[in-house]
Write a protein that binds this ligand. Sequence first.
Ligand code: G
Ligand code: G
Ligand code: MN
Ligand code: NA
Length: 254
Amino acid sequence: IEIERSLRKALENNELYIAYQPIIDIKTGNLSTCEALLRWDHPEYGLIPPIQFIPIAEEIGLIHSFGNWVLKNACKQTKEWHQRGIENLSISVNVSAFQFQNKFFIEEVKEALKYSGLEAKYLHLELTESAMLNHTMEAINTMHILNEIGVNISIDDFGTGYSSLSYLKQLPIHRLKIDRSFINNIKTDSREYAIVNAIMTMGHGLGLNVVAEGVETKEQLTLLKKLKCDYIQGYFVEKPMPPKKFEEWYYSTD
Ligand code: G
Ligand code: G
Ligand code: MN
Ligand code: NA
């Protein structure tokens, strides 16, 4: 209850910020995309992890204003980075099921693009399998409209949901993000290797590009290269960083 009350004030009190985590093109090693990850810096308790406050925000209906705030600000930040020479950088924004199913969602995406001046092709929306399959017809319709606008859709945490593979071929999506639980032991567990291999083959067969999440070691990267993975994200590259730190990192690797 206490946390609910302070969460309601978090936005106006400027306690929210966005951390950005790089997603790297495995072939070139270049920065391709960054994922926007919401952070709450509580005045008393310090950083509270999203897995703790996002479910509360969903429960008390705050996720709409939070989600919209992230969308607008992440797009604006990316546009600013384009103007400052970080060209062709895409931004990947997490969308909660509640937010995605809201009837104003399409309008909010359009508004964020207009407000920021960011071209739609640079925006990726990360949806989980459950977010997409809950309200099937409506969800697919929303995805088609987003596609027409030029926005990209990724499936986040791929492999952990209940997605039926027959759906996958009908969905207007661009990217699969393999959940990090499959990457953890890819080196030592031949079953995990087999699963990642299968996801890669299927994803590419469907014309999608594939991101491996949670890459922490050189060995994992080597295996993922061998499996023709397109992009990697994880602590092996960098942790999520506040904008200033993200820029420093970018210019130090340039
Ligand atoms: O760094 P990490 O602890 O940031 O994120 C934990 C979880 O919180 C992830 O599952 C991520 O998808 C979710 N998350 C982070 N930022 C956002 C956001 O802006 N919106 C939503 N809906 N989820 C987010
Ligand atoms: O669920 P989603 O994929 O949106 O959230 C990504 C989550 O994974 C965030 O909490 C982010 O901080 C975390 N993360 C990113 N890279 C790594 C990594 O290499 N290892 C671990 N353990 N977590 C990571
Ligand atoms: Mn994500
Ligand atoms: Na994930």
